[in-house]
Design a protein around this ligand. Sequence first.
Ligand SMILES: Nc1nc2c(ncn2[C@@H]2O[C@H](COP(=O)(O)OP(=O)(O)OP(=O)(O)O)[C@@H](O)[C@H]2O)c(=O)[nH]1
Ligand SMILES: [Mg+2]
Length: 305
Amino acid sequence: MFKFFQKLPAKIAKPGKRLFQSLRSLFKFEKIDGDALDEIERALLAADFGTKTTQEIIGEIKLAHKKEPSMRKQNALEIAAAVIRRSLSCAEAELPTVTGKPLVVCLIGVNGAGKTTTAAKLAQFFRANGKSVLLAGCDTFRAAAGEQIKTLANKLALDIVSGQSGGDAAAVAYDAYQSALARKYDVLIADTAGRLHVKANLMAELQKISKILKKLDGDVQLHNWLVVDGSLGTNSLESAKIFHGEVGLGGLIVTKMDGSSRGGAIVGIHRELQIPILFLGTGERMEDFSRFSVNGYVDALFGAE
Ligand SMILES: Nc1nc2c(ncn2[C@@H]2O[C@H](COP(=O)(O)OP(=O)(O)OP(=O)(O)O)[C@@H](O)[C@H]2O)c(=O)[nH]1
Ligand SMILES: [Mg+2]
């Protein structure tokens, strides 16, 4: 079993399931030469590590090769792993602690990133860690959205406050926070509508949610976490930057890390945004969800096939 899954209970870990292809198995060469360097560069770019990280890795391998012309694949992999670790040195973060009032986590992101699924997974995560959780169905934009989150809440026996389709998302957040305060929930998780970062009115809606919660409670512990589809690679970067500029992001959740061999996107996204990666979504099932750890990630990248 891969270390990636070590934090998950044995019954839900999937032995043998790889998140993405191991770089070790991708590289067929043994000795480092010009062809091998081309092969490494191609593989890293194809896996979405981005040009910065790829060039750093290639540069360091070239330097090492100059000093030690007999260097082998293993040394090159060690160099690549070291560069990736360095790029992710600030990527891990503790989760905010619950301190007597509800922690509010607002999940935001572009359409289809996995916000609603993640809201349910996250609720389950907090509950498994002994916290009481209330969901807020703040996606009032799409008619089916309310049903989707209510069905999930039902299935998982989670309490939920939701609004009418076409209603005001901030009003739902307000009601939900009031409920969470009154009924002393530890965590309130708000699922919001998918939105294109270029739609000013939709971005304003997110700011309204923050504003209305701050008005209700000046000390509200509000955390905006961006849900990013990892299979889109670094394409998500532009929108992520705009979300960060508009509402300030406290963390990232990278979803769909299962369906893609492009495991490098995490590095590019984190490098660019310098925001901690809190969780990874690794499938559609509720249990396909785990805390992000640099060691786990690097082990999965470089582990034996
Ligand atoms: N393979 C895989 N699929 C996922 C993951 N997370 C979510 N999905 C799927 O992605 C699709 C969209 O998920 P949603 O949770 O509805 O996404 P959303 O961001 O709420 O979508 P909108 O509300 O329409 O913006 C669904 O089919 C999910 O099952 C994941 O980690 N891995
Ligand atoms: Mg949704």
